[in-house]
Write a protein that binds this ligand. Structure first.
Ligand code: TXA
Ligand code: MG
Length: 302
């Protein structure tokens, strides 16, 4: 597979997007596979490259709240409060869509997902482009998300036209998704903006139970090739990782650091032909809820 061009040339990334090409976009959460919202053909190519079903909608990434409001048909007060508190940052809001948003982005739904990423180079690109981009995580469908430019190159090769290298992602797991079209709002996917933080701001929050409408909630997602065994204590994990074909991943002692490294560690297990990764689960508090969610999904079916 050919290695795609990679670098820190924001103007080149803009030009690629303006020509209808695809760009590996670093964000604070994970790398995205970006296409300009003005190029429907490019958006279709995003689905094709990922192998993603057409009914799994994409997140629209914008430079600021004003641009987010312009893709919304209705902008509820609760969305404004969440945006004021947590944007730019790892939070995606689901709101009613404007008619201007192409059907291909939303899978024909009447809602749209939107966020303002906080990573400097991503914001610089969005400002320079003067346009929204759609960006799912830059991995093939069902696989582990990329957290470095090298991961994107490994996964997508020359299917991506240029990779903007923003270094390793600071958060390491995908954004929190909050559905603002229901009352009270509901978390569809946990992330670095935690349920505790959101509840602290808006008070009422629906429990994240029942069949979710975010496809990231599929039970098997984020899966590496190796088997994943989850345990609750480090002692158990030590007992289970005596054999060299096993590897211990401690996600409990320092959840922030563990989130930053998780996807790279899962990729490393596959690269090193590890058969079983034994993962110590963090408590489901704060960022621990998102980490548990991703780890249990990676483990599903093994
Ligand atoms: O951190 C992130 O959110 C990363 C970076 C690149 O921004 N992006 C990301 O995108 O994780 P993706 O496509 O891998 O996951 C987006 C999730 C999917 O589960 C999708 O189904 C859900 O958002 N989604 C998008 N639009 C939706 C909508 N209108 N209603 C419900 N769920 C929606
Ligand atoms: Mg994804």
């Amino acid at each position: 597979m050919n290695r795609p061009d990679t670098g820190v040339d924001v103007e080149r990334a803009r030009d690629v997007l303006n020509r209808g090409g695809l760009v590996g976009l670093p964000t604070e959460t994970v790398y995205g596979l970006a296409a300009s919202i003005a190029h429907e053909e490019a958006i279709r190519r995003v689905f094709a490259v990922k192998g993603r079903p057409a009914d799994h909608p994409l997140i629209v990434h914008v430079a600021n709240v004003e641009a987010a409001r312009s893709v919304a048909g209705v902008w509820p007060a609760v969305a404004q409060r969440l945006a004021d508190a947590f944007w730019p940052g790892p939070l995606t809001l689901i709101v009613e869509r404007s008619d201007d948003v192409p059907d291909v982005v939303t899978g024909g739904r009447d809602t749209v997902a939107v966020r303002v990423p906080s990573k400097d180079i991503a914001r610089e690109l969005l400002k320079l482009l003067g346009q929204a981009v759609v960006a799912p995580s830059a991995n093939r469908f069902g696989k582990v998300s990329p957290t470095t430019a090298g991961h994107v190159a490994d996964d997508l090769g020359s299917d991506v036209d240029y990779i903007l290298d923003g270094g390793p992602c600071d958060v390491g797991v995908e954004s929190t998704i909050v559905d603002c079209t229901v009352d009270p709002p509901q978390i569809l996917r946990p992330g670095a903006i935690t349920a505790e933080q959101i509840q602290g701001l808006i008070g009422d929050l629906a429990a994240a139970s029942g069949p979710s409408r975010a496809s990231g909630m599929l039970e098997s997602h984020y899966a590496p090739e190796c088997r994943i065994l989850t345990v609750e204590t480090l002692a158990e994990a030590r007992d289970l990782t005596v054999d060299p074909s096993t590897r211990l991943i401690d996600a409990a002692s320092d959840p922030e650091a563990a989130a930053r490294r998780l996807y790279a560690e899962l990729r490393a297990c596959d690269r090193d032909n590890i058969r079983t990764a034994v993962v110590v689960l963090p408590n489901a508090e704060g960022l621990g809820a998102a980490l548990r969610d991703r780890i249990l999904k990676a483990a599903f079916g093994h």
